[in-house]
Design a protein around this ligand. Sequence first.
Ligand SMILES: *Cc1c(COP(=O)(O)O)cnc(C)c1O
Length: 352
Amino acid sequence: MSRFLSGRLQSLQAYVPGEQPKVSGLVKLNTNESPFPPAPGVAEAVKNAAARLQLYNDLKSEKLVRLLADTYGVKENQVAVSNGSDEMLAFAFQAFGGGGLAFPDITYGFYSVWANLFGLDAKIIPLNGRFEINPSDYRKLDRCIVIANPNAPTGKALRRDDLMEIAECNPDSVVIVDEAYADFASRPDVSALGLAPQWENVLVVRTFSKSRQLAGARLGYAIGHEKLIEDLNRVRFSFHPYNVNALTQAAGAAALEDPEYFEKCRKAIMENREWTRAQLLSLGFRVMDSEANFLFASAPGLGGAEYQRRLRERNILIRYFDQPRIRDYVRITIGSREQMEKLIEATKEILA
Ligand SMILES: *Cc1c(COP(=O)(O)O)cnc(C)c1O
């Protein structure tokens, strides 16, 4: 730390992303990326866009926004795009969090980092004993509520009706629903996306990183009432109007133009999740119900840190969170079937 750092930032605990080691032959199941490459049309679209990089990118991301609106049956002014959904969440925290925030004790770690960075008061609400959100804990909070649904790192999901009830009980606050993993839900009652634009105070935030195989392109989006979208654009135009670069706009549009590929990858992940879950259960693990592209699981007779370390010795990376209540657990990203078979083989060796 230099002696010039602003006082308010000196105690800031920055977010710690999962490792991205440059070692070949690793089975990388630690950051919830897709094991599959981008849709086949993405490379060509990016190449074509690269030929025009001397120009500023389209401020409105017109094609991308139109495709998102068509894909989800909403109006174009009910959609905003961002440099990863992390950026959209940061915009939303600044736009709607002035009166304070509320989110669970166990959830996406970035929420508390942004709250500190932007100087927003955060009320932390513990998950119940089954690691679930209890909707009645979120009544009349009178502050901006942030819920990852499905939640991370548990993978458990609230019903959209419960979310809407939370929104109804907090009419003067925005409910931000982070649906980074909603595309992997096998239950049909999870996503609030279709309802959000009819609500004055529900904003759904999503990403191309997990279910559209574009983590490295950095593309997120929000869907909600046009007034909320206008507020997000006000923050964007006060910070970084050209936030979604031309290559990323092209990549995102090409991904949306190939719904069959999206569907194929999504289904494969969901099938691999159920296969892996059954394998882990038969090895004596505790595994939480997951509607996401990862499993939150606890190895029999082995703490999370130890299980992670022993998989690492076998070149398999998973994520452990050194945090109260969840030290027995690890988060395992669902990869290809071959990767999951390697995980199970290594786990059998470790348990033997
Ligand atoms: C991965 C993730 C994000 C961020 O994704 P981006 O890569 O920034 O789009 C946001 N929320 C949750 C819960 C996530 O797991």
